[in-house]
Write a protein that binds this ligand. Structure first.
Ligand SMILES: *[C@@H]1O[C@H](CO)[C@@H](O)[C@H](O)[C@H]1NC(C)=O
Ligand SMILES: *[C@@H]1O[C@H](CO)[C@@H](O)[C@H](O)[C@H]1NC(C)=O
Ligand SMILES: *[C@@H]1O[C@H](CO)[C@@H](O)[C@H](O)[C@H]1NC(C)=O
Length: 464
């Protein structure tokens, strides 16, 4: 698509967005209703604001505390702590003569885009990674990103202020991750924390680890649907959205907050869905891939999966990753980059700086249309060591958090990894698994990666 075509298209859409009343024409209303289902639009205001603890943890008999953490840039996040399981406070990991504290290593679960901490708690306890980890002897902390409904806003700004939405995942990596880790580390008297993230939660983790400021507090990392590179996203929906510069449209329309389930969100979804080659008969599949293992009769998940807003700037940052294939900070444009970073280009997050001593596990799916195996392979060889890998060929993006077969398919491999880390016997694999070796056998990937690597070196030198 040529630049001028994109520009014209963008202008047309902006004009329509701004000029037309938000409710839109019958065509687009029905289009978005077709996609989201008229009755399925999330009753945002009606969703309980009661703490996650009561609604999704204590009802199963688990203890739960809510903690508040303020980031250096003023966001007030909440964390839910599940300190022990149904077997009681005295059970735990390892044998009886360890102190109670050491038997419950802390583990932080960071959700992905368009969701909040509830995404870990939607499945019944026996199918649920969070509860299973608690039963395995871990103390689980549920993260809630900035601006999510479970967090408590900002010290200064309100959701109506544009400053409230002036961030991307850069700030989540630079402020949210450190604030939460520091809090848990302090509460737990210096116990290192295992970081477990899904999707955008992995972007935040990887970016934070590459800067090395917080890695002394991190025991290990488990990354579900790991993302650092997004240039092979296979979702036609997402590719179209990124290629028509949806982010710029929203920005030039003066919007700072984006919610898929809002009127504007539904309208944009409808427009993207009307593009040739985009099949939105199942919107979840159109965005995340054909999930093998969801129980679609559980409508509460359908209602929750896109229930959180994000900032337009965050969408812009993600779109930049799709368009450029780089893992770097937000690109403000040449001149503003100089102001922010002292250089024309945004600095790269140097993945090769992730400490080699940090045990890492990557889990990814062959049907995932966001964390594409190709991009995961690229990430893997950008890291200083080979992580432990779990590849599930049938799995798409959502199967990892709300799939019904998680307990059979991968929970035990996570427990085994964590056991090795806890008893000090973890060693990184020395060879790439066959599937990945095969992907790397692909000349195209090798070329992309070697040219990236030399570019990255140059940029790093330039950025000092
Ligand atoms: C924290 O660690 C110190 C020093 O090891 C110890 O004296 C103290 O009892 C610990 N506190 C808790 C709450 O475990
Ligand atoms: C799907 O969820 C419903 C409601 O929780 C449950 O009754 C049913 O057994 C589940 N089906 C499978 C295959 O897990
Ligand atoms: C550590 O844990 C792993 C996994 O449970 C186990 O296979 C291994 O034998 C343990 N090693 C030691 C030294 O305890």
């Amino acid at each position: 698509m040529s630049c001028s075509y994109v520009l014209i298209l963008a202008q047309l859409l902006v004009v329509q967005l701004v000029v037309r009343p938000v409710r839109g024409s019958a065509v687009y209303t029905s289009s978005s209703d077709r996609v989201l289902g008229a009755g399925n639009r999330l009753p945002l205001r009606e969703l309980s604001r009661s703490p996650l603890c009561e609604g999704l943890v204590q009802i199963y008999g688990y203890p739960c505390e809510e903690h508040e953490v303020t980031t250096d840039d003023g966001f007030i996040l909440t964390l839910q702590r599940i300190p022990y399981g149904l077997k009681g406070a005295d059970s735990g990991h390892g044998d009886g003569d360890m102190s109670k504290d050491r038997r419950r290593p802390p583990l932080l679960m960071q959700h992905g885009l368009f969701s909040g901490g509830e995404s870990w708690l939607l499945s019944p306890p026996d199918e649920n990674l969070a509860f299973r980890l608690v039963e395995q002897g871990y103390e689980v902390w549920i993260a809630n990103g900035r601006t999510s409904r479970w967090s408590h806003g900002h010290a200064k700004w309100r959701p109506e202020d544009k400053e409230y939405w002036d961030w991307s995942w850069d700030e989540m990596a630079l402020y949210d991750v450190p604030a939460m880790l520091r809090h848990i580390y302090t509460v737990r008297n210096g116990s290192k924390v295992t970081y477990l993230g899904h999707s955008q939660g992995t972007i935040m983790g990887l970016a934070a680890f590459s800067l090395r400021k917080i890695t002394h507090m991190v025991e290990a990392a488990i990354l579900l649907c790991p993302i650092a590179y997004l240039d092979h996203v296979s979702s036609a929906f997402v590719r179209v959205a990124a290629s028509v510069y949806i982010d710029k449209l929203l920005m030039s329309a003066g919007l700072h907050e984006f919610n898929l389930r809002s009127e504007v969100g539904a309208e944009l979804v409808g427009r993207v869905c009307d593009h040739k080659g985009v099949d939105c008969s199942d919107l979840l599949a159109a965005i995340t891939g054909p999930n093998c293992c969801l129980n679609r009769t559980r409508t509460w998940f359908e209602l929750h999966w896109s229930s959180e807003a994000t900032s337009v700037r965050n969408l812009a940052h993600l779109s930049q990753m799709i368009r450029s294939g780089t893992f770097c900070r937000y690109n403000f444009g040449w001149f503003s980059n100089v102001r922010h970073y002292g250089y024309f280009y945004p600095p790269i997050y140097p993945l090769s700086n992730v400490p080699i001593s940090l045990p890492m596990m990557l889990l990814f799916g062959g049907a995932d249309s966001l964390a594409d195996p190709y991009d995961v392979a690229h990430l893997m060889i950008s890291l200083p060591q080979i992580p432990r890998l779990v590849y599930l060929s049938r799995y798409a993006h959502m199967d990892f958090i709300v799939g019904i077969n998680g307990a059979e398919d991968f929970f035990d491999q996570i427990f085994d990894f964590l056991n090795h880390v806890q008893n000090g016997s973890y060693t990184a694999p020395t060879e790439l698994p066959a599937e990945i070796a095969q992907l790397l056998g692909d000349r195209r990937l090798q070329n992309t990666i070697s040219s990236r690597r030399s570019q990255q070196r140059t940029l790093l030198i330039q950025n000092g």
